[in-house]
Design a protein around this ligand. Structure first.
Ligand SMILES: Cc1cc2nc3c(=O)[nH]c(=O)nc-3n(C[C@H](O)[C@H](O)[C@H](O)COP(=O)(O)OP(=O)(O)OC[C@H]3O[C@@H](n4cnc5c(N)ncnc54)[C@H](O)[C@@H]3O)c2cc1C
Length: 398
């Protein structure tokens, strides 16, 4: 009997976890199925580029996963029953139930409208490909001088505003930030950000909490109306509701609570990685939704599953941050170095070198999906029957 591992979601973390498991375990012992709604890998970190009119390199899974031993199932996940250990999926041929022994949940996240009135009707978003393509079409139809307002002064908002302003210098691009522009960055980082925003002619509305969105404007908490032909909403991500509908222990926002090996604290045969998981990072702070922490989390989960099934040593590498890599258009960037728990230090890298660095990071992230052991030698180990049985019942350590 093969041990059935199902990985839900083939974004950065799910695809890496599936590929790494296939490199760690003997093919005759396991059946690894990766379920994803789309046939190609979506580089989510480039959605602002897609929206701004750039064409992204197609990355079909048929090529990326060829010969890996991972079986791709193209279907939409509709439900998970973690007590019966089944996943419900639907594709063009209808609905089906898939049974698993070990589940890796990596369905990622979408945009977060945060309940602000008018966002669903009037705002655009770039958290995924459909949203980015919709914004791309809208931007292409705008006339010179029209205003594009990006709401959200976080990493995604900064990248979106600069990318659009660089691609469309004829538009009037603005950014509304809850706090000050880049206020979590070092002094040098903030200074560079202001310089680039100034060069690109981006208007910044600081300390602006947007409380309503209409077709041609947004309103802020103090009653100010900011005109906007297009509002781009980038105020964070929200996870899909599937996990919250299960008996898994989840946070109030629906992220699956996991231990240091990315194993669910309530269901030992379920692992969660990426945006869908709530794992603690250095300094007792939850890891933020990012590839920066999601990628090592996926390695950790795959290595932990492999260790538990084969009797190997459990991985125990703390997940830490090194830098925040921010593209500011194609010609400018900002690499803000950070502490292990993601706080800015003084050191930054700026300018064209930073843009090249960020481009290499994005390329490296996609390369890592196709090379989940980073090119290191494959070591496939034997799954033992007892371990496979115990793996599903032994409670995860605290
Ligand atoms: C514009 C933008 C820029 C970003 N820049 C950075 C950056 O510079 N650095 C960084 O670290 N992070 C960045 N991020 C965040 C990063 O992209 C996410 O944290 C990361 O993609 C999370 O990986 P994941 O595997 O959890 O989810 P995802 O990459 O979102 O993958 C989830 C997968 O699950 C699939 N899926 C979802 N629901 C279903 C379903 N019901 N059925 C079947 N399949 C489903 C999706 O199609 C997708 O393939 C950026 C995000 C955006 C939007």
């Amino acid at each position: 009997m093969q041990h059935r591992i199902i990985v839900l979601g083939a974004g950065y973390t799910g695809a890496i976890a599936a590929g790494r498991l296939a490199k760690r375990l003997r093919r005759e012992d396991v059946a690894i199925t990766l379920v994803n709604a789309e046939p190609d890998f979506v580089e989510r970190v480039r959605m602002h580029q897609l929206a701004a009119g750039q064409d992204l390199k197609p990355r079909p899974f048929s090529e990326m996963l060829a010969g890996t031993g991972v079986d791709l199932r193209l279907a939409k996940v509709t439900d998970v029953d973690v007590d019966a250990r089944t996943v419900s999926v639907i594709d063009a041929n209808g609905a089906e139930e898939l049974a698993y022994d070990t589940l890796v949940y990596a369905l990622g996240s979408g945009w977060n409208a945060q309940g602000v009135p008018g966002t669903a009707e009037h705002a655009y978003e770039i958290a995924g490909r459909p949203g980015a393509l919709r914004l791309r079409e809208r931007l292409a139809g705008l006339d010179a001088g029209q205003t594009v307002l990006v709401v959200g002064g976080g990493l995604t908002g900064l990248e979106a505003a600069t990318e659009i302003a660089e691609a469309r210098p004829d538009l009037d691009v603005a950014l509304a930030a809850h706090g000050g522009l880049g206020d979590w960055l070092s002094a040098k980082g903030r200074e560079h950000l202001r310089k680039v925003f100034g060069k690109l002619g981006i208007t910044v509305h600081e300390h602006a909490a947007v409380t309503g969105v209409e077709a041609d404007r947004v309103t802020t908490a103090d009653g100010t109306a900011i005109p906007a032909a297009v509002t781009v909403w980038t105020t964070g991500f929200a996870v899909h509701p599937i996990a919250k509908a299960t008996t898994l222990e989840v946070t109030g926002t629906g992220q699956i609570v996991v231990d240091g090996t990315m194993r669910s604290v309530s269901h030992p045969d379920v692992y969660a990685v990426g945006d869908a998981a709530m794992a603690m990072g250095p300094g007792g702070k939850p890891l933020r939704m990012s590839c920066a922490s999601g990628t090592p989390a996926a390695w950790q989960a795959a290595d932990a599953i492999a260790a538990r099934l084969t009797g190997g040593k459990l991985p125990n590498t703390p997940i830490r941050y090194f830098n925040q890599c921010i593209s500011l258009g194609r010609k400018e960037g900002l690499i803000q170095y950070v502490t292990a728990d993601d706080r800015a230090v003084q050191a930054v890298l700026t300018g064209r070198l930073a843009a090249v660095y960020k481009e290499l990071v994005c390329k490296g992230a996609a390369w890592g999906v196709a090379n989940p052991t980073l090119g290191l030698p494959t070591r496939r180990r034997r799954v033992t029957r007892e371990r496979a049985a115990a793996g599903s019942t032994v409670k995860a350590p605290a």
